[in-house]
Design a protein around this ligand. Structure first.
Ligand code: LIP
Length: 277
């Protein structure tokens, strides 16, 4: 039987490539930085331009589809996941890295149908690594199959997370407590690459064994969720319960055992939901 979403996925890979080229070219010039919710929540003209490029190209081909995209939401668009075929887009995941020329910058696109992830594409455009995954068909990096490490012992894991000060003392204290709790398990190490989508792909390809994050958004997770699960990884909520794309929390791991044990070491704190308003 032909796959009804294959054409969408092929288009997604093409548009991610084009977006990546625009981002690489922008890195050659001056980057004007603007701020969104705080002094450390950065956005550039390139984020906005790349998002317009991706959405207009998809709309021209699939006019009935829905969108949730980072910069459109920042400008007031709703962020509600429905049963419609929906493209969830982060034009530049790792904007702070982009601003500084730190080489983990990605275009992240996930596609859902009836609220389930159908496929995901994460293009780490400075490294030129195209991660792709389509439900039931495996995960790939530049066309070659990838899989998780399969590590089951958390104390042998390289763990990823992200650290950022959100101007909220309780958030900072909880984040530092979690770092301390995970470091003292002890694990082999903690790394913070700066692009959630790339973090998920690093776990998917076995370069890291686990990733946890509170305060992330659906557009940071959607593309990587497909890649991680199709590579044999496990995604759960920070509590260890079922993963919810709109919840702003996740643990992505090489095995259920690692996910479960990591969940038991992480203190929960309130981050709200993407679909709260
Ligand atoms: C960023 C994430 C990063 C996280 C930031 C932010 P953006 O996405 O990928 O890992 O630490 O809080 O959400 O804003 O560059 O698309």
């Amino acid at each position: 039987m032909t796959d009804p979403w294959q054409e969408c996925m092929d288009h997604c890979v093409e548009i991610a490539k084009q977006a990546g080229k625009v981002i690489r070219e922008a890195l050659q010039g001056d980057i004007a930085v603007m701020h969104k919710s705080s002094q450390v929540d950065l956005v550039t003209e390139t984020d906005q331009r790349v998002e317009r490029l991706i959405i207009s190209s998809i709309k021209a081909k699939f006019p009935t589809h829905s969108f949730i995209a980072e910069e459109s939401v920042a400008a007031g668009a709703p962020s509600i996941l429905t049963d419609d075929p929906t493209w969830i887009i982060d034009p530049i995941d790792g904007t702070t890295n982009f601003v500084h020329g730190f080489p983990f910058v990605s275009v992240s696109i996930g596609f859902t149908v009836k609220k389930e992830i159908e496929f995901g594409v994460v293009y780490s455009c400075i490294e030129d690594k195209m991660y792709t995954a389509h439900k039931g068909k495996g995960a790939f990096c530049n066309g070659l199959p990838i899989k998780v490490s399969g590590q089951e012992d958390l104390s042998c894991c390289l763990v990823l997370t992200e650290v950022a000060f959100k101007k909220d003392q309780q958030h900072l204290d909880s984040m530092m407590a979690n770092l301390r709790s995970v470091l003292t398990i002890p694990v082999h190490g903690i790394r913070s690459p700066g692009s959630a989508a790339i973090n998920m792909c690093l776990v998917a390809s076995g370069a890291a064994d686990a990733y946890y994050h509170l305060g992330i958004h659906c557009w940071d997770m959607a593309g990587g969720t497909a890649v991680l699960t199709e590579a044999g990884g496990v995604i759960v909520d920070i509590s260890g319960g079922p993963f919810d794309l709109m919840s702003r929390r996740l643990i992505a791991a090489s095995s259920a055992a690692v996910a479960e044990r990591l969940a038991s070491h992480i203190v929960d704190f309130h981050v709200g939901r993407d679909d709260a308003h």
